[in-house]
Design a binder for this molecule. Structure first.
Ligand code: SAH
Length: 374
């Protein structure tokens, strides 16, 4: 596009070097620029006081430093915050920040929609699916940092300390962009979030698990949800391609997993489906020999869902059985209920509004379903 300025957000070190070379500047400028964009969080070249004014002006002619556009932002009474973001092509995704006592995790999306079609997950009902780009993934985090005033990167004691790739989409189906985004985010001279504070959640894309561990070294979470193939085939159709035996082997081989750094198995509690004491005991056998911990997720019901959430006593019993067998199994506390941070209703709400306004452009992009973000 003539005259369009290139966004620096989401470009990696090599691309920064090329950008600087393009305007005839020396390589050390790339390092300076990197510092301003990713460490200081600058959004305006005028703030870049280590560069002379004419250089700032030349940069501003060719480049911009832009976050994704925010359609809606809501803050919960428990301080959870949820953004509905809109990208240049009109597609939208959600990002949610979930604070804990002295830190917090940002739940990042990796795709618009999802191809996996897990039977209990609302995201799978969306029509359109596309991968997010690295800039769109990094942009989610930078925007959240802006919102909490957490620039420059202050070290270990910030609120936005952790990242979980548990938003919309299957991150390992978008491996290249996710890997590029995470390398930018982990870079010590920039945003500097350590791999130990990043968790990637997968439904079990076995062929990419080892690569993820070797190349990125992030924590792994696996959406398990069943201890038997027949049930998992139904809940997580990806299981038909990569059944439990293969998935467990990939977990056993996951680089960097050990007793101090366990693989998290996510397990959504579905009433009468996967929540019996026998299911819990079968799980114990399944994960034997794997440095494992569980995360029990009360099912978040959505309109039209074929499942109910297990009753609290059943979930507690389930957790107790895992505990008795040496497996940590906390029950995830629903957060941000008042802003529907749990199941993407903000997105469906904004789409409903637009539909009634006959804005067919965005209606074509996604159906009226919402994303699922437990
Ligand atoms: N595709 C990746 C990451 C996105 S889903 C994965 O499958 O891990 C993040 C987590 O939310 C997964 O464990 C998913 O199974 C769970 N989840 C999806 N819909 C849910 C719902 N309605 N209630 C509770 N958890 C849900």
């Amino acid at each position: 596009m003539d005259g369009a300025r290139r966004n620096l957000v989401g470009l990696d070190r090599g691309e920064f070097a090329a950008a600087v070379a393009e305007i005839g500047e020396k390589p050390f400028r790339a390092k300076q620029l990197w510092h301003w964009v990713y460490h200081q969080g600058a959004t305006d070249f005028e703030a870049m006081t280590t560069m002379a004014k004419p250089l700032r002006a030349r940069l501003a002619e060719r480049f911009e430093i832009r976050r994704p556009a925010v359609t809606t932002v809501q803050t919960s009474q428990d301080r959870s915050r949820k953004w509905l973001l809109r990208f240049d092509d009109g597609n939208e995704v959600e990002t949610v920040f979930i604070p804990e006592e002295d830190r917090g995790a940002l739940c990042v999306s990796s795709q618009v929609g999802c191809t996996l079609k897990c039977s209990f997950c609302h995201t799978g009902t969306q029509v359109l699916v596309r991968n997010l780009t690295a800039p769109e993934i990094v942009g989610q985090l930078m925007l959240a940092r802006d919102s909490y005033g957490e620039w420059p990167s202050p070290g270990g004691d910030r609120l936005l300390s952790n990242i979980v790739l548990m938003g919309m989409g299957e991150p390992l189906y978008n491996y290249e962009a996710v890997a590029k985004a995470l390398r930018i985010v982990m870079d010590n001279e920039g945003i500097a979030i350590s791999k130990r504070r990043i968790t990637l959640s997968t439904a079990g894309l076995v062929p990419l698990m080892r690569r993820c561990g070797e190349e990125l070294g992030v924590n792994l979470a696996v959406s398990l949800h069943a201890a038997r193939d027949d049930l998992r085939d139904e809940l997580v159709p990806l299981n038909r391609k990569y059944p439990l035996a293969e998935l467990m082997a990939a977990c056993r081989d996951y680089p960097g997993a050990n007793n101090a750094r366990r693989i998290t198995f996510e397990y959504v509690m579905l009433k009468g489906v996967n929540d019996s004491p026998a299911d819990a005991r079968q799980l114990v056998r399944l994960v034997q020999g794997i440095p494992a911990k569980f995360n029990l997720i009360p099912f978040n019901k959505w309109p039209g869902a074929a499942y109910e959430c297990s009753p609290a006593p059943a979930i507690q019993k389930f957790s107790a059985i895992l505990n008795e067998n040496g497996l940590s199994a906390p029950i995830r506390v629903p957060r941000g209920r008042d802003i529907l941070a749990a199941c993407g209703q903000l997105k469906s709400e904004s789409e409903r509004v637009r539909k009634s306004g006959r804005d067919t452009r965005s209606v074509a992009a996604v159906d009226e379903s919402s994303a699922t973000m437990p």
